[in-house]
Design a protein around this ligand. Structure first.
Ligand code: 2IP
Ligand code: CA
Length: 396
């Protein structure tokens, strides 16, 4: 299994290179934007976009994994379909061809024959990303490939990716919007239990060199399987938990949270009672969960049903490896009315069952909302207070 994780980290780096390359040329970027078709539309935005970069990234992930681990490509699921319609109304199925030249030829069909753009894209698609992480090399666990399924979100926060803001200022380390909120999400789950096993979050745009204007990214991974827990932030964690402990003692608002701008007013009101000024908002479901992974906040909470399995699986695996997880918010709050259950019984999000009676993307929506957390202790303290203030809010 460690082989699979290593390959996923490498392919996510490849994907990040494509995402970066597509943003470099504005003219090319304009050509890439296509409106999502009805069945595939995320109901949140009146206009949602599908980009060629999205589709390309997904195909690169699928095909690379399929070449290394035959059969695995059939168990990789995601939001995007690889059918693209060009300016002439022709349907083109995007895939990575055997040679760079053939891929360029295919891409030129969706790029109105723009030869230089197609060649530049094909080049980066066929480039092998160099990626080394010694911690990853020490992982040696085996699990049958047969038992695994994979959720992919090739570009999460598409809207921020398209807008491409580069000058947003972070608040206490958290970017409310901008290119930093874009992530590539790859989550591996157990087909039988539905629980996440491995996750990779690649953040392609972390810092920009002011001279070359080139972006550098970061990659985070985690693995949680049969009692073995390992993740890429292992070395930073003892230091950050010491700081966490120090900051909790005597603090009137012992929790912090990140939320979506579209969160309900009642939830926002209860959260500010619990967290005081430590409620931040940020774009991107992947980015918000990354803030929890990084320890920038304790909780990412969302009461709506507009996140999907591909938005949460990767972070969920990493958080499990850190001793946390992602829970179904509705189930969690119903339960917290009584006494708090122990972790094994908590309503974790699962990745192998469709929502009954739903159609299209809604089959894979996180219906009851979500609560992502890194520490069980902090979660318990947070929930007790949140349940109290939420009930006060609902009676006012
Ligand atoms: C979206 C994206 C949005 C998020 C939404 C996701 O995925 O991450 O930003 O909304 O839940 O489904 P919000 O930022 O309000 O949390 P995509 O960009 O891939 O459609
Ligand atoms: Ca998404």
């Amino acid at each position: 299994m460690s082989e699979i994780l290593r390959e996923l980290v490498r392919v996510s780096e490849n994907a990040a290179n494509i995402a970066r390359a597509c943003r470099q040329e504005e003219a090319l970027f304009q050509l890439l934007i296509e409106e999502k078709k009805d069945g595939e539309k995320n109901q949140k935005f009146a206009v949602d976009f599908k980009t060629l970069a999205d589709v390309l990234v997904q195909e690169v992930i699928k095909q690379t994994m399929g070449n290394k681990f035959p059969g695995l490509e059939n168990k990789i699921f995601g939001e995007e379909s690889n059918e693209f319609t060009n300016n002439l109304g022709e349907k083109v199925t995007i895939k990575v061809c055997a040679t760079e030249e053939e891929t360029a030829e295919l891409l030129s069909k969706v790029l109105s024959g723009n030869k230089s753009a197609s060649e530049a894209l094909a080049k980066v698609v066929h480039q092998d990303a160099a990626f080394k992480d010694p911690a990853l090399d020490s992982v040696d666990i085996s699990i049958s490939q047969e038992d695994l399924g994979i959720w992919v979100d090739p570009i999460d926060s598409t809207y921020q990716y398209i807008r491409g803001a580069t000058d947003v200022k972070a608040k206490e380390g958290i970017f409310p919007c901008g290119l930093q909120c874009v992530t590539i999400l790859i989550g591996v789950f157990d087909l039988q239990s539905g629980l996440p096993v491995m996750g990779v979050i690649n953040q392609p745009f972390v810092s920009q060199d002011q001279n070359t204007l080139r972006w550098k990214g970061e990659c985070y991974w985690g693995l949680s399987y049969m009692g073995i827990n390992i993740h890429s932030l292992q070395l930073d964690i003892s230091e950050s938990s010491r700081i966490e402990k120090d900051s909790v003692a005597g603090c009137p608002h012992p929790a912090s949270a990140v939320i979506s701008t579209s969160e309900k007013e009642t939830v926002k009101a209860a959260l500010s009672q619990v967290c005081g000024g430590k409620v931040f908002w940020a774009a991107g479901a992947g980015y918000k969960s990354l803030c929890v992974v990084q320890g920038l906040v304790d909780i990412y909470m969302f009461s709506e049903d507009t996140t999907f399995k591909w938005d949460t699986c990767a972070a969920h695996a990493i958080l499990r490896a850190m001793g946390g997880g992602i829970l179904d918010m509705k189930g969690c709050l119903e339960d917290s009315a009584g006494q708090w259950r122990s972790l094994p019984d908590m309503p974790e999000l699962l990745y192998n069952v469709e929502n009954k009676g739903a159609t299209g993307v809604d089959c894979w929506a996180n219906k009851g909302g979500l609560i992502a957390y890194r520490s069980c202790e902090r979660l318990a303290t947070f929930l007790k207070r949140f349940v109290y203030f939420a009930s006060v809010e609902s009676h006012t």
